[in-house]
Write a protein that binds this ligand. Sequence first.
Ligand code: UDP
Length: 251
Amino acid sequence: MPGEPAFGRVLLKLSGEALLGRLEYGTDPERIERIARQVAAVAGRGVEVSVVVGAGNIYRGLEGAAKGMDRATADYMGMLATVLNALTLQDALEKAGAHTRVMSAISVTEVAEPYIRRRAMRHLEKGRIVIFAAGTGNPFFTTDTAAALRALEIRAEAILMAKHGVEGVYDADPSEVADAQFLPEITHREAIERGLRVMDSTALSLCMDNRLPIYVFNMADEQNVDRIISGERVGTLVSADVDRQPAPQGS
Ligand code: UDP
């Protein structure tokens, strides 16, 4: 029997890539089903769970802008793409037995509720998984920033930052540098100063200023979300203070 969860309320950030599975574009139904099962199980343990979902599997504003499109227009397209992912995830979560609400930062009232902070918190209190769609609702931002913003607004105790294919944060990109070192604990400040790939710098600054911990972990391991919720140390913890062992004498 799992023990008491270590958290009461968390926000899970899923990037669009997390939904790709083996595909190059779009959403892998098997992958989304597996994610939904894990998330629903955590909610089933009585933890209040919210999710911010990205759209890299469908569209990135910067890619549109690179092809000559107006950046703001391209970003709005990116935000709409996150709504598609949010609905896909909602469907999968409900199939896994969870109660859910999608709340969107841009109005798409036929398919999702508008984002209203106090209502989001009420949904969570009632045990519904709340999926935040359309990022922050503003161009020039990312869904990482939306994750930081919403987590702070709803007073989540931590952001669970799902990665695929990596265990957490490294001192260099492990896909490019063979001996990249895994970092089990770092501060927000270190991550910003060393340009480590946790989330983008706007999002990271927001977390740093508000001392919001981020657990960066590999979503490919199906036990990881549950482990973090149980208080096990998995992946990299990015926090305001790191408990470092004292340096050996004479060093
Ligand atoms: N986006 C935006 N404002 C936001 C969130 C997202 O303009 O607050 C747009 C932006 O174009 C971004 C796209 O939506 O490229 C998809 O989000 P993101 O790249 O963060 O998705 P992820 O990398 O998590 O899959």
